[in-house]
Design a protein around this ligand. Structure first.
Ligand SMILES: Cc1cc2nc3c(=O)[nH]c(=O)nc-3n(C[C@H](O)[C@H](O)[C@H](O)COP(=O)(O)O)c2cc1C
Length: 158
């Protein structure tokens, strides 16, 4: 049985993290599933699911939230790992608790907030304004926490 890494990404950082997780777990044993481009998904092919997305204005992508809600019964019968990409570290716990349903959080064998990036060339005008106003940052920043990604990979491999 394989592991699916199921994600949504707005500017590419969650996808980068998903690929890093895939390399850690072994490419031949894992499949990347982008919720923005995948219409149908047969979860019976997988015994382990790693699910993640990024936070924008305090919220996880709706595609990730909808996926978790819709498939909750199946998810609770599998090994599940959760990850969240974001830049507002003081809010990570609150954002994570809002991002994934309590039942799933309790069921997950591992949960990690792995940092994120500000990539200004990928943002539209409004997004640039918001990020500059809220964070005071106006240049690209990468704060992906490789150690959290390694911990997640380790927990999934256990
Ligand atoms: C407009 C905007 C709003 C954001 N709001 C938040 C936020 O509320 N909390 C947070 O932790 N990160 C926030 N971020 C940071 C993103 O989560 C970060 O850029 C992440 O790497 C994006 O991942 P993605 O490219 O996979 O979408 C925001 C980023 C942008 C561009």
């Amino acid at each position: 049985m394989k592991t699916a890494i199921i994600y949504a990404s707005s500017h590419g950082t969650t996808e980068k993290v998903a690929k890093q997780i895939q390399h850690g777990l072994g490419i031949e044993r894992t499949q990347l599933i982008n919720l923005k481009t995948t219409k149908t998904l047969d979860l019976s092919l997988f015994d382990t699911l790693v699910i993640g997305g990024s936070i924008h204005a305090g919220q996880m992508q709706s595609k990730v939230k909808r996926f978790c809600k819709k498939n909750m019964v199946d998810l609770l019968q599998k090994r599940v790992g959760l990850f969240m990409v974001g830049m507002n570290e003081p809010q990570f716990e609150t954002e994570f608790n809002k991002a994934f349903p309590e039942l799933l959080r309790k069921h997950a064998i591992t949960s990690k907030c792995v940092g994120g990036e500000f990539l200004f060339e990928k943002m539209n005008f409004i997004e640039k304004l918001i990020v500059k106003k809220v964070s005071g940052i106006s240049h690209n920043v990468s704060k992906i926490d490789d150690s959290k990604i390694s911990e997640l990979v380790y927990d999934i491999k256990e």
